[in-house]
Design a protein around this ligand. Structure first.
Ligand code: GLY
Length: 379
């Protein structure tokens, strides 16, 4: 006998799981989130919070650049209303800023790559322009004289992911949506596909299961969603740069109160030490940031951390159903925060039997071939 039965259970309490729960709760669906808490580290709390489709989503490996860009651009537009609505509802300021991103080039070859990226973004309907080094320094006077050109994406934005998570938790509470603290260890199959077993000894059941768990939950098929480690740091550097700057080898994200996030490494491999942060990695990020804006060089370090992005083979998320009929909202890799509002809207529609507001076919798990990820037949 299951110890609890839910209508809709979302497994995974990262930004994707919580925004989806909020969306479903706002539409009167009875939903609960099952979250492992600190037992399974989240990508969300390690994120920098850039909402930057102009940079982050043009690099899909499997030819999905176009749908991925449109997903990011749609969600970026949604954040304009989502952020103030979440703040107003919860009283938590999430530090939403829509002041654009500057991508820097020190050499002509880097400028040429950025120009190609700008052309791609413009071709896809976004705002991106190449500007000179002097124009970049007019926008951000702290930038080094080494900067010869920059890609300016004026509509990109950012939030503070930790504040977003606090606000989402309050919002779920407002909607009577429970976050059940439990670590799901295994999912049922066949006749027991509606059940899942937890480390605490409980077996839960749900009419509808949504898997929004991260890369190290042990619940996502190995090889399809895998951890991509990122190390990052925050320093105290009030007012040195005012908008997101993406330099070769580091991005710089100024947050409220003079906190500046500098990120992030990318490392993958089955033997990753998930939690460690190396002096060498942080020194490298800081050197790369200081090359872009020398005024950052001696700023005091506030903290350093490592997180695990949920990567996928083609760099695009997995949104659809598995052969057991479970819904999958997984693998947002570098863009979980950016994608959250649009992914929640689309997944809620799918779960409630409606037509999603945009085509989810490019993100369907069946793109990886038959087997465990073949789409569900029928209900
Ligand atoms: N989106 C930034 C990162 O994953 O490092």
């Amino acid at each position: 006998m299951p110890s609890r039965v839910f209508d809709i259970a979302i497994i995974g309490g990262g930004v994707i799981g919580l925004t989806l729960a909020r969306e479903l709760g706002g539409r009167d669906a009875r939903v609960a989130v099952i979250d492992a808490g600190a037992a399974v580290p989240q990508a969300t709390v390690a994120a920098a919070g850039m909402l930057a489709p102009s940079f982050e989503t043009c690099a899909a490996f499997g030819g999905l650049a176009e749908p991925l860009y449109h997903l990011g651009a749609r969600s970026l537009a949604m954040w304009q209303d989502y952020a103030p609505a979440l703040e107003e509802e919860t009283g938590i300021v999430i530090d939403y800023r829509r002041d654009g991103t500057l991508g820097l080039a020190y050499r002509d070859a880097q400028a040429e790559d950025l120009a190609k990226q700008a052309a791609l973004v413009k071709n896809l309907g976004g705002a991106a322009e190449m500007i000179s080094g002097d124009e970049a320094r007019a926008l951000e006077p702290a930038l080094s004289n080494e900067v010869v050109a920059a890609l300016h994406a004026p509509e990109d934005a950012q939030v503070d992911p930790r504040h977003v998570m606090s606000a989402l938790r309050i919002s779920l509470k407002n909607r009577d949506i429970e976050i059940v603290p439990a670590r799901v260890l295994s999912l049922g199959e066949g006749a027991a596909a509606g059940q899942f077993a937890c480390a605490e000894g409980d077996v839960f059941e749900a009419q509808t299961i949504v898997l929004a768990a991260g890369a190290v939950s042990g619940l996502t098929p190995m090889g399809l969603v895998y951890p991509v480690k990122g190390e990052a740091t925050a320093i105290a550097a009030e007012g040195v740069v005012t908008r997101v700057v993406r330099a070769p080898g580091a991005y710089i994200c100024p947050k409220a109160g003079g906190r500046v996030v500098i990120g992030a490494t990318e490392e993958l491999g089955p033997l990753l030490d998930h939690h460690s942060v190396s002096d060498a990695a942080i020194a490298g990020l800081r050197a790369n940031a200081a090359r872009a804006a020398p005024g950052l060089s001696s700023a005091q370090e506030l903290e350093r951390w490592a997180g695990l992005r949920p990567g996928t083979p083609d760099g695009a998320p997995i949104m659809g159903r598995d052969k057991e009929g479970r819904f999958l909202a997984l693998g947002h890799y570098r863009n979980g925060i950016l994608h959250a509002p649009a992914a929640a809207e689309a997944m809620a529609a799918l779960i409630l039997g409606e037509t999603p507001p945009f085509d989810l076919a490019p993100f369907d798990p069946s793109r990886f071939g038959p087997g465990r990820f073949s789409p569900a037949q029928g209900g």
